[in-house]
Design a protein around this ligand. Structure first.
Ligand code: ATP
Length: 224
């Protein structure tokens, strides 16, 4: 059985879009990950409930990754009772995958800036590495508790591959300025979000009438 590092990319995915997908694929390739698991959150503790059900959001993630074997949808947070805390998810994955497998929790810089609001944030590195997707020009905090924590635990790609957990690293990725909020707003205004997200995902959103999509606005797939 293979023992390569596993990436864990959580989000609301309301809906999943090409910004998420491109980042997941680039991280897989840049860090030599065996797989990136996309984990839709059942009940994000820090945000309001989204309008699609968790199962529907997961279905969209499944469709988005269907043709890319290195990306998979992991539904484990959907069946959990109560809030889905990342530290619980990591503990579960660690128990399943064994003590030696490198696990990399992937987060945006927005998450790093609010990390101390996370449940048991100081325990995260006991279970996984933390990979922060940084925009060009973004500067990590240079003072305070998070800065000290980053300095103490900073590592590189080799550290991530050779150790099961415990390091933090920044990764600069191609920037696709796409947000799920913008996609929801476009759909509600009657505009097409096509090419910002996979066709299969947009087709399903229209079929479900999600985010205010109207069935009569469906675009035709023609062959030229
Ligand atoms: P919303 O607009 O509803 O806040 P979102 O597009 O930011 O949603 P989330 O599901 O909240 O999507 O994001 C999950 C993760 O993906 C977060 O770590 C976030 O920083 C990251 N992310 C969001 N948009 C992009 C993007 N365009 N490129 C790379 N990463 C992204």
């Amino acid at each position: 059985m293979s023992s390569g590092p596993i990436g864990i990319f959580g989000g609301t995915f309301n809906p999943i879009h090409n910004g998420h997908l491109r980042s997941a694929l680039e991280l897989k390739e840049n860090l030599g990950l065996e797989q990136v698991r996309l984990l839709p959150a059942a009940r994000p503790p820090l945000r309001g409930l989204p309008e699609l059900s968790a199962e529907e959001r997961a279905e969209l993630v499944e469709q988005a990754v269907a043709s890319e074997p290195g990306l998979v949808c992991d539904r484990r947070e959907l069946s959990r009772q109560g809030p889905s805390y990342t530290v619980d998810t990591l503990a579960e994955l660690r128990a399943e995958l064994g003590p030696a497998r490198p696990l990399c929790l992937i987060v945006g810089t927005d998450v790093l800036e609010r990390l101390r609001e996370w449940h048991r944030w100081e325990d995260l590195l006991g279970f996984a590495h933390l990979v922060v997707m940084a925009r060009p020009g973004w500067r990590a905090p240079d003072s305070g508790q998070i800065a000290a924590w980053l300095a103490e635990h900073g590592g590189g790609v080799a550290d991530l591959q050779q150790n099961p957990a415990g390091k933090v690293m920044m990764q600069q990725l191609r920037q696709l300025p796409i947000s799920a909020t913008e996609i929801r707003d476009m759909i509600a205004r009657g505009q097409s979000p096509r090419y910002l997200l996979p066709d299969a995902v947009w087709d399903t959103i229209q079929r479900l009438g999600a985010y205010g999509a109207r069935v009569e606005e469906q675009e035709q797939h023609g062959i030229c």
